[in-house]
Design a binder for this molecule. Sequence first.
Ligand code: HEM
Length: 536
Amino acid sequence: EQPSPTNKEPEKMPGGLPLIGHMLKFGKNPFDYMTLLRSKLGEIGEFRLFHQQMVLLTGPEGNEAFFRAPDDQLDQNEAYKVMTPIFGKGVVFDAPPHIKDQQLKMLMPVLRDKPMRTYSKVIVQEVEEAIKDWGDSGEVDILEFMKQLTIYTSSHCLLGNEFRYELNEEFAHLYHDLENGMHPLAFIFPYLPIPILRRRDKARVRLQELVTAIIEKRAQKTEKSDDAFQMLIDVRYDDGSPLSPHEITGLLIGTLFAGHHTTAGTAAWITLELARNPKYMDKVLQEFDTLYGHEGEVTFQSLREIPVFERVIKEVLRLHPPLIFLIRKVAKDLKFKDYIIKAGKYVCVSPRVSHRIPEIFPDPEKFDPERFTKERQEDAIPFSWVAFGGGRHKCSGNAFAMLQLKAIYAILLRRYKFELVGTPESYQDDYKQMVVQPGSPCMVRYTKRGNIKQTATASKDTVANTVTKLNCFKIDIDMDLCQGHANCMAEAPEIFQVDDKGKLSILQDTPNNTLLKKAQAAAEYCPTSAIKIIQD
Ligand code: HEM
């Protein structure tokens, strides 16, 4: 039977070896291999890893098809099976779809607008603590420093005081054993009886014992903690039942894992890119100095409007997205333009390859944060910039990650300046890790800055400051993208309401112009860009 012109199978990469397919070339450098595939076959093409047929989609349209597909068509669980022994059986990727959905939704209040206000204080405190012995100058491995710092900030915000202060040392060992459990062998044989996987399983058991003890202790107290841990103790499934200690442990570990190396690698790359682009280092220093000076208070509110530094973060994540490819298993045939991707294959997208398409991001290798100014907006095409993924499974921790990065640098850069120790080209991404980070060692030199005067209290370059002469406007929500973060409700409660389960309702479709500023702020701060303001 001849395939119809609109039902073609994706073209295949040449050169696959018997049994292993294209594994050697892909494994050596997945980014180079995916770039080669795009240059040979275009936005859709197939390759083989052992017996698995993998279809790579790149570019905004391919990304959109991937991210918008429902879960029963593109299945995430298969791709993350290696996490089951770590998160636990029946938790997230190992849970039936209706339970997984509810568990992921339960994480939303933890990462929503309101708790973020407490987290910013904690992060500032942790950064000050981490650099207190740095002295006037010295050298530091910036990746190791950021890994250590972000495990403290995340565990403090999410797990709470008991783990951060009373159990800190034991927790560090347990976390280390769990991390090591993401061994390549575990992808194929998750329960192989080798020491490294045995240690992983022992650590998981011990962590659950500690979590259970804290739940019991907290139940005796009259005063409630306001960390993520407590929210997970209090949350309920749709049928009214609470999460078990096993599930709470799994969700807490899952959140830490999702956010740790991703944020640490990005934080390290920010220092490295700023150090090799002194022009932007000066701009960023000027912005932070204006906002905070030497001692100005770094608050949640003040961290929201740092446009120059936000563009730097976006550019760092364009060039160095820590997750360079995302995978799903095709459960029901997926159509993409004239092609059909058959059930049973795997389909993947690559933020890193998509971020280097010159027609979208001209001169793609150049570090140029100005790409994201309102005048240039090179990421205006939906799904062109996808460092946090997209659609219903877009990173739900993206606002927390941005907050952490901004708070870390607001403190670090008011105290120290940074320079590279090696040549600029010697700092490269390391593809051997599942989460790509700069290769080690990653040394930089720091020097203490003098006393800086704060010269202003707020930046002017924000959408919220846009002046308009119109009388009313319309709100358009892309419900596929809404994850229920509730930032919109915090900005414009007259227009947006998000219930405890994260469901958004619009109270006014065409609000009066007096609410425009608030609505624009809601759109600006929506972590999934689900809100559009239409003025005509
Ligand atoms: C999902 C990137 C930080 C929690 C994702 C996805 C990406 C991503 C690309 C989508 C995965 C997929 O579609 O298969 C990043 C980057 C980060 C970051 C680049 C830092 C710079 C964080 C933090 C947290 C977090 C700090 C939590 C504290 C999550 C969760 C998901 C997720 C829970 C799963 C969402 C779902 O499936 O509904 N992240 N992430 N991430 N991320 Fe992040």
